[in-house]
Design a protein around this ligand. Structure first.
Ligand code: EPU
Length: 345
């Protein structure tokens, strides 16, 4: 008998998948069992299977913000949802719905090609659209939170699809409700709201320098300038393994900041919440003499002390060992603690 159902094609299962090419640090890791997710409809069955077998699990997007162990037990979900549509265009803004598996930088290029400027300051950030809201990616004075309308996800705790408004996402500096609830949400779709009114944002020191003689740059010019600065400061993961900024910029109380500033007048910092100051972690690490240093197979990038690199053959243990050395030295010299930015799996 010919029975037709509307059940989705099950997610493809791949046992013993090597992940060296799927994490930008280039760590040699093996997933016991990988599920390739091509559509949201496949997720409930995958989560049911994982729960029944009581397996540990995690989602892997572009692998640009993770530190992978040598083996990943249980299930690893590879996000491959790549639909992208303009949902509506009202006089004030354009809503664009984008699958979680779309590459972030490719999406930024697509917006500019469709004359939807706004995201140009966030060019060249590695990773996927689905991972972007989790750590609220930001660069050169812009955070993705400003451009998000809502996020669609599968809530593994409630075993249901959910839609979170921008407020419900609780975005903060490199933080969100998703990040605060690990092992719970699988982001399937991000709906962006790109306002029609556009204004160049080049106040950030590195960009201001580029436009000293060009007071009205176009979005394309800003995009190219951001690509130029990032290419210089951040190594291309295809050449040297890295996960972008390895530490968050620490936020310290004003009193502690004032005391430090007296001792170190060149200290780089930014305003933050009332009574607090955000300090440039790269500056602190640089002052401790780590820039360009190597420790076995891993090291600190020569052009940006906030970036740890894998010169080849490095493991999570090596990277975390170097991170610990840096954290200890920075605490000893400045009395400031540094939090690791990528997720340690
Ligand atoms: N600095 C040094 N030495 C260094 C590195 C930095 O003295 O080796 C000083 C710089 O001179 C500068 C200041 O520290 O005055 C800040 O450096 P930079 O402009 O390079 O930015 P950042 O604070 O180190 C943050 C983000 C980056 C983002 C840039 C640009 C975090 C943790 N990092 O870096 O985000 O691209 O600003 O907006 O907030 C990422 O999260 O992976 C990332 C790359």
């Amino acid at each position: 008998m010919n029975s037709t159902t509307n059940a989705p094609v099950p997610a493809k299962l791949i046992p013993n998948l090597g992940l060296k090419g799927r994490n930008t640090l280039g760590l040699d890791a093996m997933a016991d069992l990988a599920y390739e997710i091509n559509s949201p409809a496949q997720i409930p069955a995958v989560i049911s299977q994982i729960t029944e077998k009581n397996l540990p699990w995690r989602v892997l997007g572009g692998g640009s913000n993770v530190i992978l162990p040598t083996t990943l037990p249980g299930a690893t979900l590879l996000m491959n949802i790549t639909d992208q549509v303009i949902e509506s265009a009202d006089p004030d803004a354009t809503l664009i719905s984008v699958g979680g598996g779309v590459g972030w930088h490719e999406f930024v290029i697509w917006t500019l090609e469709h004359d939807l400027p706004g995201l140009e300051n966030l060019a060249l950030i590695p990773g996927t659209v689905g991972a972007a809201p989790i750590q609220n990616i930001g660069a050169y004075g812009v955070e993705i939170a400003e451009y998000i309308d809502h996020v669609e996800a599968f809530d593994a705790k409630a075993h249901a699809f959910v839609t979170l408004s921008k407020d419900e996402c609780k975005f903060a500096y490199r933080d969100s409700y998703f990040k605060q609830n690990p092992q719970r949400f699988i982001v399937t779709k991000v709906v962006f709201r790109i306002p029609k009114a556009w204004e160049a944002r080049v106040h950030y020191a590195d960009l201001a320098k580029q436009f000293a003689n060009n007071p009205y740059p176009s979005a394309e010019e800003i995009f190219l300038a951001v690509c130029k600065v990032r290419t210089h400061k951040l190594p291309d993961p295809k050449r040297i393994g890295n996960a972008g900024s390895f530490f968050q910029n620490p936020v310290i109380p004003n009193e502690q900041f004032e005391t430090l500033l007296k001792k170190y007048p060149a200290l780089v910092s930014y305003p933050d919440a009332p009574g607090k100051r955000k300090v440039a972690a790269g500056w602190l690490i640089d002052q401790c003499g780590f820039k360009g240093q190597r420790m076995g197979n891993v090291g600190v990038y020569e052009n940006q002390a906030l970036v740890l690199v894998n010169h080849g053959g490095g493991t999570a243990k090596d990277i975390l060992g170097l991170a610990k050395c840096i954290q200890d030295k920075v605490r000893e010299k400045f009395g400031v603690g540094l939090d690791i930015e990528p997720n340690i799996l």
